[in-house]
Design a protein around this ligand. Structure first.
Ligand SMILES: NC(=O)c1ccc[n+]([C@@H]2O[C@H](COP(=O)([O-])OP(=O)(O)OC[C@H]3O[C@@H](n4cnc5c(N)ncnc54)[C@H](O)[C@@H]3O)[C@@H](O)[C@H]2O)c1
Length: 499
């Protein structure tokens, strides 16, 4: 069976420079539309030069496929450029570090920046990663020693545009993965200072990056992380399309039909952090339109888990895991609660539905997207999740695994909900593009990731680190601005935990 990106051509390849008479008035359009707009008898042709194979001279970029080009090699995730240069912004984070090792292990040349904001923000809250993480110098040393991976790292703030410009010019990345944002909704809701910090860091960091890409590497593909939380949970049950309405979507209004096809879908963010992601969405969309940048905006579900083959290879290579109210994500927090005997906390009714994806599956998705760069001017969106569950269902799964496999007396409790959100609502996410267009098949069911987490978090040293910070698990950050710890509404002592 041919790989999902076998028939893509140099038109999508970051190693080409468009050359000759390219009409930039057509920016933001797919190539067929572009050619159509020029008319059949037009003398304008899109031509390209290859930075990796200059001997080709000037050629038609549609004439060579990835399958035919010797610069693209086969991997389990599709064809990928040999020694592809991938720059990860936010490389010290939960996902960034994991992806760096993952990509290094399939032969990419990995570079990255981080200014350790995440370490500082967690320390500011008096919390810590319950999995101890090595300093960056030790991480880099271990990656080389254990996995044979050399990572070109610079300590740098994404806002420091003059240094980032130099680094981009030096590395000439063929793909940029942009993780370098503050990822926390509750952190953005603490007070005005935190909301402003999150929006400045995220929105302005990304905006500056877009300008640098325009000037230095417009052909590089940008993989920018958004979140499923950008869409909110519309109470009408309207499907959450992948960022853009499908061609046949229609609005009926005043006895008329209006096509919505190709327009951005509505966003209804649920915190000032999520608002920063929505602002990014518009900025990236505009940059693709104005400057022919190539971008995937990845609406990522909540990630869970701690395991990939590479991060498990040595304790110095582990990635972080947070359980405090600001930076812990829900499934990771549930497992930590189970380990130290705190009943798992459901906010309100606990019937909120959310999209989820295991860490390893998220890495697979990112690799597949890197292998299939978007077209020039293309702003494409994928909803990156492998399933959706109510928080109650997840709590029950954690309870079942904890009780059966680890003999822990796990309980579930309902607590006051400090957020402003519907805790019962319809949820119809569409997440078809990654499986259909990029060959993504989820490999890690929630039970397996939960089991792996229990195995690690029940180790004495890590359990002790959870004990030290367990007072930071119950939330005190209310969306209303009130500062008080949430109260327990009921402990579901007799909860049925089906097999
Ligand atoms: N983890 C999830 O469940 C999840 C879900 C949806 C979306 N996301 C998004 O994915 C991305 C990565 O998430 P994560 O969980 O790895 O978060 P993380 O905080 O662990 O990683 C982000 C990294 O970026 C760095 N960073 C932040 N601001 C920076 C700046 N100004 N300059 C340089 N580096 C900076 C941080 O120090 C950190 O190491 C974020 O954009 C987040 O919003 C995460």
């Amino acid at each position: 069976m041919s790989l999902h990106n076998a028939n893509l051509t140099c038109w999508n390849c970051p190693a080409i420079d468009l050359a000759g008479k390219v009409d930039f008035r057509a920016c933001g359009q797919a190539v067929e539309k572009f050619q159509k707009s020029l008319g059949e008898n037009s003398e304008v042709h899109i031509m390209a030069e290859c930075k990796r194979r200059p001997e080709l001279g000037i050629f038609d970029p549609m004439s060579i496929t990835f399958e035919e080009c010797p610069e693209w090699k086969e991997t389990p995730f599709g064809y990928i450029l040999k020694d592809m240069r991938v720059m990860i912004l936010g490389i010290d984070g939960y996902l960034g570090w994991t992806l760096a090792l993952w990509l290094g292990s399939i032969g990419c040349q990995v570079s990255g920046i981080d200014n350790y904001n995440r370490r500082d923000w967690v320390m500011e809250r008096g919390a810590h990663s319950v999995i101890p993480i090595a300093r960056m110098t030790d991480r880099l040393h271990a990656a080389r020693e254990v996995l044979g991976i050399d990572i070109n790292f610079r300590k740098m703030d994404i806002m420091d545009r003059s240094h980032l410009k130099e680094f981009l010019e030096e590395v000439k990345p063929e793909a940029i993965v942009h993780y370098a944002e503050c990822p926390s909704a509750p952190y953005s809701m603490i007070d005005a200072d935190h909301a402003i910090l999150v929006q400045q860091n995220n929105v302005l960091g990304t905006l500056g990056l877009l300008f640098l890409m325009r000037d230095i590497c417009p052909e590089t593909s940008l993989l920018k992380l958004g979140t499923m939380g950008e869409y909110g949970t519309p109470l009408t049950g309207r499907p959450l399309f992948e960022g853009i309405f499908p061609a046949d979507a229609v609005l009926h209004w005043h006895d008329q039909e209006w096509s919505l096809g190709g327009e951005l879908t509505p966003r209804d963010p649920v915190s000032f952090y999520h608002v920063s992601k929505v602002q990014d969405t518009f900025n990236v969309y505009e940059a693709c339109k104005y400057w022919w940048l190539h971008s995937y905006d990845i609406m990522q579900g909540v990630i869970y888990g701690v395991r990939t083959e590479q991060v498990a290879a040595d304790p110095r290579l582990r990635t972080r895991l947070d359980i405090d109210e600001w930076f812990g994500t829900v499934m990771n927090r549930f497992v930590a609660q189970a380990v130290v005997g705190i009943p798992l906390t459901l906010y309100g009714a606990g019937e909120q539905l959310r999209g989820f994806i295991a860490l390893e599956d998220a890495m697979q998705c990112m690799t597949r997207l890197i292998c299939s760069p978007p077209e020039p001017g293309q702003y494409a969106v994928v909803n990156q999740m492998s399933g959706y569950y109510s928080l109650r269902e997840l709590a029950e799964t954690v309870t079942r695994v904890g009780r059966k496999e680890f003999h822990l007396p796990v309980k579930i409790q309902r607590v006051e909900n400090p957020r402003v959100e519907a805790d019962r609502h319809p949820f119809v996410p569409i997440y078809e593009r990654l499986p259909k267009d990029f060959g993504f098949e989820p490999k890690v069911p929630p039970e397996e990731a939960i089991y792996n987490m229990f195995e690690l978090l029940t180790q004495p040293e890590i359990k002790e680190r959870i004990e030290q910070k367990k007072h930071l698990i119950l939330p005190r950050t209310w969306w209303s601005g009130v500062k008080k710890q949430v109260e327990s509404i009921e402990v579901l002592e007799e909860v049925e935990v089906p097999d």
